[in-house]
Design a binder for this molecule. Structure first.
Ligand code: GLU
Length: 465
């Protein structure tokens, strides 16, 4: 059997962390087994679906690198297909027209609730041998209901939660097409899963109650029943259900906040799945390890600290050119043009192991591209008379020495000694003069990367006369 999985988001909101994890697991399972990963957009809730949400989902998938092999398929474009299957089911007696009005349904519900029963359709329009149905009322467009089996149980071995069973007596003949002819949610999912040959359905456990209905429908259609795995929800850092309150709802918000996609992916992979004690691994490794057996059935708790730790880890080893691109893009968002400045790839290397995310990286490299005027207070504290003297002497020497880190470090040291200053008494004012702040990575490296011209100009700017 060739594995075929799908991710089937509804474009009614952004791609959030829970959805991204579902997508990642479905993607990884397909990759693991040399199968096919399908993207399907469940956009039939016209009132709540928006093009912005759709775009955010597509952007999120792309940013994470979860490439689909087929699709995206849009349910709204498959309406003729759903109608065709509804007609087939009606013709085969697997579904039937129900003319019950909303008022009658409300009355029925009130009666059932009065008897403390679960509200459910009572099957009054269900054709049964030996019973005669009333003539259809005039002018009432019927809904179409599925003839759900009345006896027995519908059960499946959930890949995450273990065996789950529902008694068919608990399920009523649910509506598969509304009075205006539009198919309902569970019906579209079933037709799609069948037509797309889905072998493994992974989704959030908010869908557990849909599964018995979908299985019955698939069986009525004579279609194979896929394996189902229902992923537990993700809780916030505070143990509450993950929500907008937890800040980062959309995956793209992590991008905005300066996370690397590989950090987010690694983090998501461990959110409710494990491989021994392994915490840090690549997607190639994850794909080799991923299985359903090690998905935890209990809810996973989000841990921002761990995500931040992973992000810092991946930043440290990220390719300088890539980080340079990210820092450039992020500075451009602030209106900072880096062209004409020092080599960004060399600058980011000085900072990639000192920052927690790409925004911090962009902030850190900013003064290399825009000379930061030291604040008055900082001037007063660091650019003192003796310090300025030392900087002046240093400027002289830097205009002539070889421009190479070791040589530059030696020059600063020698100038400090000759000026009667301790190394920090010169190096700190030098940082203030060059970058507008008293701390920086190794001063030799900063000098080297900034380049002679910029260094001399920045020193001149703080020196009197
Ligand atoms: N469209 C559903 C959702 O966004 C997913 C349905 C499914 O995976 O079967 O929750």
């Amino acid at each position: 059997m060739k594995v075929r999985t799908r991710f089937a988001p509804s474009p009614t909101g952004f791609l959030h962390i829970g959805g991204a994890r579902t997508a990642l697991f479905a993607w990884a399972y397909a990759r693991r087994h040399g199968g096919t990963f399908i993207l399907r957009i469940e956009d039939t809730d016209v009132a709540r679906s928006t093009p912005q949400a759709l775009q955010a989902i597509l952007d999120g998938m792309q940013w994470l690198g979860l490439a689909h092999d087929e699709g995206p398929f849009y349910q709204m474009q498959r309406m003729p297909r759903y109608k065709e299957v509804i007609a087939e089911m009606l013709a085969a007696g697997k579904a039937y027209h129900c003319y019950m009005s909303k008022e009658d349904l409300d009355t029925l519900r009130a009666e059932q609730e009065g008897r403390k029963e679960k509200p459910r359709y009572d099957g009054r329009w269900r054709p049964e041998p030996g019973t005669t149905l009333p003539p259809p009322p005039d002018g009432v467009p019927p809904v179409v209901r599925f003839r759900n089996p009345q006896d027995g149980v519908v059960a499946w071995d959930d890949q995450v939660k273990g065996r789950i069973e529902f008694a068919n007596s608990e399920l009523d003949d649910f509506i598969i097409a509304r009075a205006d002819g539009t198919p309902t949610y569970n019906f579209c999912v079933v037709v799609d899963d069948r037509d797309m040959g889905i072998t493994h359905v992974l989704r959030g456990d908010d869908h557990v109650n849909n599964t018995p209905r979908q299985i019955n429908l698939l069986q009525a259609l004579g279609a194979p029943v896929p394996h189902y795995g229902h992923l537990s929800m993700i809780l916030g850092d505070d143990g509450q259900k993950l929500s907008k309150r937890h800040g980062a709802v959309s995956v793209m918000q992590y991008e905005e906040e300066g996370y690397l996609p590989e950090a987010v992916l690694n983090y998501l992979a461990r959110l409710g799945w494990s491989h021994g004690d392994e915490e840090v691994f690549s997607m190639e490794q994850f794909v080799q390890w991923f299985d359903f057996d090690h998905i935890t059935a209990s809810a996973a708790q989000f841990n921002t600290e761990k995500l931040n730790w992973l992000n810092a880890h991946y930043l440290k080893q990220a390719d300088p050119q890539r980080l340079a691109g990210e820092a450039t893009r992020r500075l451009a968002r602030q209106g900072v043009v880096v062209a004409g400045g020092p080599d960004m790839a060399r600058v980011v290397v000085l900072y990639r192991d000192r920052v927690a995310n790409l925004n911090e990286l962009a902030d850190a490299v900013h003064p290399f591209f825009v000379a930061a005027k030291p604040a008055d207070e900082m001037r007063a504290q660091h650019l003192t008379e003796p310090a300025l003297k030392g900087l002046s002497a240093l400027r002289e020497r830097l205009s002539a020495c070889a421009w190479q880190a070791a040589e530059l470090g030696q020059t600063v040291k020698q100038t400090a000694t000759d000026s009667g200053l301790k190394m920090p008494q010169l190096a700190i004012p030098l940082r203030v003069a060059l970058l507008g702040m008293p701390q920086s990575p190794s001063i030799d490296a900063v000098l080297e990367v900034l380049g002679r011209e910029r260094v001399l100009a920045r020193l001149a700017a703080v020196l009197p006369g």
